[in-house]
Ligand binder design. Structure first.
Ligand SMILES: Cc1ncc(COP(=O)(O)O)c(C=O)c1O
Length: 384
């Protein structure tokens, strides 16, 4: 394994106290708590204690979070809404779309439930929802999108990295096809953001949703929604709130004047504690390096896959590094029992769809991967 890859964990692992107790290799569920994020929460309490109601400062913290996220994805702050979840941003978008001229929403079978649920909810407002299925080899070939996207398609809603099998969609190709046919593209980047570079301009997506609690090392309660600048004022969200107003301090209940920026996708009082934590998490990931993390985790996963092959385990994740995110899924006869068995040995993983999910991040070492492999060997009877 590359020397640089081995050294990344050595550089940052001491900032995550959980490693004193456990082998934590479950960032697809939740990032490990860092000293920086714990301090951010302490600071929130200290500010509350000292100043009582420092709302101007707290609103300013929201702006700092917006700028931090915008910097991370190469957007302008004006193109970013600070939300309470990925779902909140996507729902605000959905509420502002009209399905009269084009009525079709194309999504894949890899979407997180929230995405499917939000788009199916729009059927009551005239949307027609089509699902693009994966092929038997576990990928979604571009031809499947070619068959689904047509000149009635308003939006193509895709996920960068699938939470169930770790497979990655070829986003630029889907964007090219969708745009050729006059459709817009929404990218759910939750399982990618922080684990690999995400650049909205390079990808060409029109909208992007994200949360911070996985590879961005933040906590629950904070999400972001990106909308390309020239589209902002073409969407008129009807799911809204006073933090979506063009002037939140106007306190005017007599009209609806949504912000001229992506703030129009916001809603009510922002999640201030999670904002403190989110800024700390994003800054820490920037300091550690997202591109370096991608390289590090690819090296760890190559080692992991080689070990799985030796064990005769079956992968549910594509083998090619460019076709997968940080998450590796292993087929199991009883994934819940396998997760529990590993947990009993101090190794934290998770399961979905009958697969074991192992998701390394910047702080994981080759020793962590070897610990998982050794435990899997002991619990071989639970591998499919
Ligand atoms: C790919 C993906 N999308 C969306 C979500 C949920 O987002 P939220 O709860 O912030 O709406 C998750 C959470 O695990 C996810 O993995």
């Amino acid at each position: 394994m590359a020397v640089e890859a081995a050294s990344l964990a050595a550089k940052c692992r001491h900032r995550f106290p959980i490693f004193d107790q456990r082998v934590y290799i479950n960032s697809c569920s939740q990032g490990a708590l860092s000293d920086a994020v714990r301090r951010a929460y302490d600071q929130y309490l200290a500010d509350w204690d000292e100043y009582g109601a420092p709302w101007e400062y707290w609103v300013e913290r929201g702006e700092a979070a917006r700028a931090a996220f915008a910097g991370l994805v190469n957007a302008d702050p004006d193109e970013v809404a600070v939300t309470t979840s990925l779902s909140a941003g996507v729902s605000a978008l959905a509420s502002g779309l009209r399905f009269a001229r084009r009525s079709k929403v194309v999504l894949t079978d890899w979407e997180f439930p929230t995405i499917g649920q939000i788009w199916h909810a729009q059927e009551a407002r005239g949307a027609r929802v089509t699902h693009v299925a994966a092929a038997d080899d576990g990928t979604i070939p571009i031809e499947h999108f070619e068959r689904a996207i047509d000149d009635d398609t308003l939006l193509v809603s895709i996920t960068y990295v699938c939470y169930r099998n770790g497979a990655m969609v070829d986003v630029p190709k889907v964007v090219e096809l969708a745009h050729e046919r006059g459709a817009l593209v929404l990218l759910d980047s939750f399982q990618a953001i922080g684990s690999l570079p995400v650049d909205v301009r390079a990808l060409g997506v029109d909208f992007l949703g994200a949360g911070v609690l996985k590879y961005l090392l933040g906590s629950a309660g904070l999400g972001f929604f990106y909308c390309r600048r020239d589209l902002v004022e073409r969407v008129w969200p009807t799911q809204t709130g006073w933090f979506a107003d063009e002037n939140i301090f106007a306190m005017d209940h007599t009209d609806y004047s949504p912000a001229h920026t992506a703030s129009r996708f916001q809603s009510g009082t922002p999640p201030v504690p999670a904002i403190y934590a989110g800024i700390a998490g994003i800054e820490l990931m920037q300091e550690i390096g997202v591109a370096e993390t991608r390289e590090h985790v690819n090296a760890l996963n190559a080692h992991f896959i080689a070990g799985l092959d030796e064990l005769g385990a079956k992968l549910a994740t594509p083998r090619a590094p460019e076709a997968r995110g940080a998450l590796i899924c292993v087929k199991s006869t009883d994934a819940k029992a396998l997760v529990a068995a590993l947990d009993g040995e101090g190794i934290v993983t998770s399961d979905r769809d009958g697969n074991l999910r192992v998701s390394a991040h910047c702080y994981n070492s080759v020793e962590d991967v070897d610990a998982v492999l050794a435990a899997l060997e002991r619990h071989r009877h639970l591998l499919a």
